[in-house]
Design a protein around this ligand. Structure first.
Ligand code: XBP
Length: 233
């Protein structure tokens, strides 16, 4: 029987990658690095999962100026980026994708366990849950498996295995919600079925192997004219 839902975060709960990108570019500038990741660059770099891993890959393959200095400062650089990201998220403007909040609340009411399995850091997850679901947001989830809690990031199954252990459920008792081919691979390797909702940066990826692919998990918010507008359309 179905006992748990396990959610990816970036791109699945909310479209957060542009906020990560903005936080990164602001942090590069603050650290004196003459780097700017535009959307095309970021799309390419999203093929490497994990922020620190992505920066290491960029230095190794793009050979940008001041690469060695950036690597020497990598822990501080990434921590500063996450602080900036959390501040941007707390300032508002990011909402959960359509259907996400309803699915979370209704499945919890129905007695399902809820977990998170993400390559991003715990602090980023907590910032997003607080900004979108309020102070009770973190408490809606029975586990948050995140970032460096495992040795290998997605597409390795490690983070999903950790979430399954913490939830105390078997792979065939849970469903994963993902937006990337790497997350889908990770979930599949952990023995999970996956529902995929492609996101801004991933809608050109190959999701064969998913149990289902949907544009969203629910109805987009109705435009105001449909709510207020007698006679509109
Ligand atoms: C997607 C990622 C993350 C974020 C940035 O995570 O690859 O690295 O882009 O986060 P998810 P960090 O598994 O939730 O889709 O800089 O904190 O790594």
């Amino acid at each position: 029987a179905l006992k748990a839902l396990i959610f990816d975060v970036d791109g699945t709960l909310a479209e957060t990658e542009e906020t990560h990108r903005l936080a990164l570019n602001e942090t590069f500038a603050a650290f004196g690095l003459p780097w700017v990741w535009d959307q095309a660059t970021y799309r390419r770099l999203l093929n490497v999962m994990g922020g620190k891993e992505r920066i290491r890959h960029y230095v190794a393959f793009d050979h940008p100026p001041m690469g060695d200095a950036a690597l020497a400062a990598l822990p501080a650089l990434h921590a500063a980026k996450n602080a900036r990201y959390a501040a941007l998220i707390a300032a508002g403007g990011i909402t959960l994708r359509p259907g996400v909040e309803r699915l979370i609340r209704e499945s919890r009411s129905a007695g399902l366990k809820l977990g998170i399995a993400t390559t991003t850091s715990v602090s980023n997850v907590e910032a997003l849950l607080a900004a979108t679901l309020g102070s009770e947001g973190r408490g809606l989830f029975d586990c948050v498996a995140a970032g460096d809690q495992v040795g290998q990031k997605k597409p390795a199954p490690d983070i999903f295995n950790l979430a399954l252990r913490e939830l105390g459920v078997e792979p065939d008792e849970a469903i994963a919600f993902e937006d990337t081919v790497y997350g889908l691979k990770a979930a599949t390797a952990a023995g999970l079925r996956s529902v995929v909702t492609p996101s801004f940066y991933t809608d050109d990826q190959d999701f064969s192997g998913a149990a289902a692919v949907f544009d969203t998990l629910g109805e987009p918010d109705l435009p105001a004219r449909h709510i207020s507008g007698a006679g509109a359309d």
